[in-house]
Design a protein around this ligand. Sequence first.
Ligand SMILES: NC(=O)c1ccc[n+]([C@@H]2O[C@H](COP(=O)([O-])OP(=O)(O)OC[C@H]3O[C@@H](n4cnc5c(N)ncnc54)[C@H](O)[C@@H]3O)[C@@H](O)[C@H]2O)c1
Length: 256
Amino acid sequence: MPGLLQNHVAAVTGTGSGIGRAIALGFAREGAAIAALDIDGATAAKTAADIRSAGGKAHHFTLDVRDRVSCRDTAARVASEVGRVSILVNNAGINRRNAFTGDPDAVLKDWQDIMATNLNGLFNVTQAFLAPLRALKGRIINLASIQSFMHVRTPNSPAYTTSKHGVVGFTRALAAELGKDGVRVNAIGPGLIETPLNEQVRKNNPDLVKIFLDHTPLGRAGQPEDIVGPAIFLASDLSAYVTGAIVMADGGYRVI
Ligand SMILES: NC(=O)c1ccc[n+]([C@@H]2O[C@H](COP(=O)([O-])OP(=O)(O)OC[C@H]3O[C@@H](n4cnc5c(N)ncnc54)[C@H](O)[C@@H]3O)[C@@H](O)[C@H]2O)c1
């Protein structure tokens, strides 16, 4: 049986780890050719190699999403080496968990770094791949968060919460503007997913994790694989009439 993403080329940022890696592997299982992008080229190479050994198609590229010129150059390389991108997953993101009232220099650096990756990166990569996405009636999927709607008071930076609110704004704005081209733009809002992004906080603050999970109807933390189904849904024709949506994959955290 052909996969749900047969004949698609998917560019996924942050594919070296966690959610991005799981999405890339899942899309490849559904037949998409993958451009695996990560600032850490070695981990992107590993994801691409794992896809190929499972019988899929993947190339890796070292890409820092903060670098606008590199985004443009990488998009050109992807077009010639993999094909025209019809699915873009803006997944690369960072977090640091310092309070606004902490050391002012550290807080400023967190703000600048988090915005540069989580928001400017989103802009840079989307702009770089816009032409093929418009030509092919493509799909854009952005990684939002519970913190796109609230501030979760496990140790967390205001910059991260602000950036993830911005992801939702960008998703809605592009959905409105690109709908006439047949491009669908949606976001996924994961809850607590066990990845290296939150490894330290899970290790150092088990009580806070418990408070978080006590509020989660499904009563467990998510795994990267829990985000793959929603991503395939949004990337495929299963969601042909869905745009501007934020699909929460948070064990129910946000709704209670
Ligand atoms: N894990 C969670 O609980 C959770 C919850 C909500 C949202 N998210 C979001 O999901 C996305 C993925 O998070 P994750 O948990 O898989 O994190 P992760 O740390 O496991 O993986 C992030 C990947 O992004 C890459 N990356 C970082 N900066 C980059 C840059 N400038 N350019 C290119 N690649 C870069 C890293 O090298 C890494 O491979 C992020 O946007 C994050 O904010 C995660």
